[in-house]
Design a protein around this ligand. Structure first.
Ligand code: PHE
Length: 337
């Protein structure tokens, strides 16, 4: 019986079969229980001998079952571990990654160019006073040129700035009339325009201002020429045309040379081979004076440009609204690897 039982234990190939063996040999209806139950019928001499033998056999079988059980349990753990192994050699699933917005990239590119020429980057408030947005820039109340920039007024004295030029006056005031100023200021501006391919009620400007002793128009031209060549390529020329701004005298508009072409994405260069990219000029003596600088000692130049327009010309973007609608199909084209 013992030999037979141990063989069965050995043969059991899983925990279930092992349990069956236990029930068959050690269970209530099993042969050993039966032997022990029949002890009463045995003689006095036989009882201890048979009892001891039966118990020994039972123990042997139970031991064998127990041993086999630990083997099965160990196998079970092995199996689980194997199933849960992570294959570190599998290629990962790529997570979609973003990148800087085209507008952010172009603003940073322009900032870097001017930082390289010794300008510092400043900021100013988007909700501006009438004083800084107009008055301090030689645009007193009732000045006809106020209409050049239709404004969003909040109160009679507060408005959303229509340009970054108020930061000129703010910076000069802050620095205090006896030190040079050399700064650029990027930021959002607002105008009451109907949105279309070339107009937006909110867009971006980058202001530039350089005030020192003996700053001349040729300095402005030199800085802008360097800027244009850095952004658009060394083969580009610039030209300055006379213009009008109340806060600069003389005032200019700057064009860059471009190749005249026809067809898709080519509509950005005019037939003349020149395209306008910014406005500027020599800071008006009144503006210097109001900001605490003596125009007999100090002079300066200022300019203002729209980075959206710069990016549109550089990359052939034909609708300014692409900058604000954030279609990733558009934006992804401009992510540098
Ligand atoms: N502020 C002007 C504009 O919004 C641009 C400009 C800036 C012109 C500085 C001259 C000097 O159009």
């Amino acid at each position: 019986l013992q030999v037979e039982a141990l063989q069965k234990v050995d043969d059991a190939s899983d925990a279930k079969e092992l349990q069956d063996v236990r029930v068959a040999y050690l269970g209530k209806k099993g042969p050993i229980t039966e032997v022990l139950r029949g002890m009463g019928k045995l003689s006095k001499e036989e009882r201890p001998v048979i009892g001891e033998l039966a118990n020994k056999v039972r123990e042997k079988i139970a031991q064998a079952i127990e041993q086999k059980k630990t083997v099965f349990e160990a196998q079970e753990i092995e199996k689980k571990l194997a199933e849960e192994t992570i294959d570190v050699t599998l290629p990962g699933r790529p997570a979609p990654s973003g990148g800087p917005h085209l507008l952010t990239s172009i603003v940073e590119e322009i900032e870097d160019i001017f930082i390289g020429m010794g300008f510092e980057v400043r900021e100013g408030p988007e909700v501006e006073t009438d004083y800084y947005n107009f008055e301090a820039l030689n645009l007193p109340k009732g000045h006809p040129a106020r209409d050049m920039q239709d404004s969003f007024y909040i109160t009679e004295e507060l408005l959303l700035r229509t340009h970054t030029s108020p930061v000129q006056a703010r910076t000069m005031n802050a620095i205090g009339g006896n030190k040079p100023v050399k700064m650029i200021c990027p930021g959002k501006v607002y105008r009451r325009d109907t949105d279309d391919a070339t107009h937006s009620h909110q867009f971006t400007q980058i202001e530039g201002l350089y005030v020192d002793k003996n700053v001349r128009m040729s300095d402005l031209k030199g800085v802008l020429d360097r800027f244009a060549k850095k952004v658009f390529g060394e083969d580009r020329e610039i030209r300055l045309r006379p213009s009008y701004f109340p806060f600069t005298e003389p005032s200019v508009e700057m064009d860059i040379s471009c190749k005249v072409c026809h067809g898709e994405g080519c509509n950005v260069c005019k037939q003349t081979g020149w395209i306008e990219i910014l406005g500027g000029g020599m800071v008006h003596p009144r503006v210097l004076e109001m900001a605490g600088y003596d125009p007999k000692v100090y002079s300066g130049f200022a300019f203002g440009m729209g980075p959206e327009r710069i990016a549109m010309l550089k990359y052939g973007v034909n609708d300014i609204r692409h900058f604000y609608t954030n279609d990733v199909r558009f934006l992804n084209q401009y992510h540098k690897a």
